[in-house]
Design a protein around this ligand. Structure first.
Ligand code: FAD
Length: 267
């Protein structure tokens, strides 16, 4: 079982504020963390390896040198190997350029291993970018099945079975391997590192892949390969609080609800 997990270093958004005048993020003094949804992806990979009884977990991240910190964190909880993709040529990338570079890295590692990864896991979204596009884009670039927003994952005889939350309960989706899955919040958190691994991870050599090894055409990587234009960032304003229909029989509440939704042109 060969699993690759994509992880992103993000500012701790619980501590980021938006400049009320310039409408830009105030990042100064905000600590960087391993993207929360990627911790669920990583823990899922560790559990799948345990369930299979064997396997290798490779973790990759594209970012500046300081992103090595989250790769060390991944090693300390049990990842087997990590790679940082870092080059000025990749700087300023939007989601499309990011996913192209990650896909090229995955192909490079697969060539080196001689086999494709059985599973590529991503978080459902990065808590700073919030687009949730990188995972689906990877499945498109690599031509592999995609399941998004999984809250649980298990191996089956023919592939994987993913559990996803819905309004009614849970939906289940299956896919053959190799596949790409994006992870939503799972009922379990990422495990704590043990002391031995933690110590080893602190001094581990993290290989860096540059644009010399990860080959992406110049007009498809970094700023040049990024068609997205950010017009502005802002905190969404909550316009209305919900209205509770209480103190009446259910049938009357249903009638009232239809009336209110009709008036609001929602139905
Ligand atoms: P999502 O699609 O929400 O992420 C989903 C999952 O994909 C993550 O949980 C993770 O598993 C994986 N993933 C996402 N990004 C990475 C990554 N880098 N490495 C490994 N796995 C990943 N950001 C910068 O840091 N520096 C810049 O210079 C920069 N310039 C930008 C310029 C433009 C025009 C735009 C639009 C964005 C720029 N960004 C920059 C933001 C950056 O493009 C996004 O953060 C990045 O593309 C990932 O998108 P996202 O955060 O929406 O990830």
């Amino acid at each position: 079982m060969n699993i690759l997990v994509c992880v992103k270093q993000v500012p701790d958004t619980t501590m980021v504020k938006i400049d009320p005048v310039k409408h830009t993020l105030i990042r100064a003094g905000v600590p960087s963390i391993l993207n929360t949804f990627d911790t669920y992806a990583l823990e899922t990979a560790l559990q799948l390896r345990e369930a299979a009884g064997e396997g290798k977990i490779t973790v990759i991240s594209m970012g500046p040198d300081q992103a090595k910190a989250i790769l060390r964190e991944a090693l300390s909880v049990g990842a087997d190997e990590t790679y940082l993709i870092s080059d000025r040529a990749f700087g300023g990338a939007d989601t499309l350029a990011t996913s192209r570079t990650l896909a090229a890295t995955i192909q490079l590692l697969e060539e080196k291993n001689g086999v494709p990864f059985d599973l590529i896991l991503c978080g459902k979204q990065a808590i700073d970018g919030d687009t949730g596009q990188v995972g689906p884009e990877l499945s498109q670039h690599l031509g592999r099945c995609l399941i998004t927003y999984a809250v649980g994952l298990e191996l089956t005889e023919n592939g994987i079975k993913a559990k996803r939350e819905s309004d009614e309960g849970y939906d289940y989706f299956t896919a053959p391997l190799p596949a790409v899955v994006t992870m939503n919040k799972t009922p379990y958190d990422m495990r704590w590192p043990n002391l031995t691994r933690f110590r080893k991870a602190r001094v581990a050599d993290i290989p860096v892949l540059t644009a010399q090894e990860v080959i992406v055409p110049e007009d498809k990587r970094g700023l040049k390969g990024s068609p997205t234009k950010v017009k502005r960032t802002y905190t969404p304003v909550r316009e209305k609080n919900g209205q509770k229909l209480a103190g009446m029989p259910a049938a009357d509440a249903a009638k009232k609800l239809v009336e209110l939704m009709g008036a609001a042109k929602l139905i």
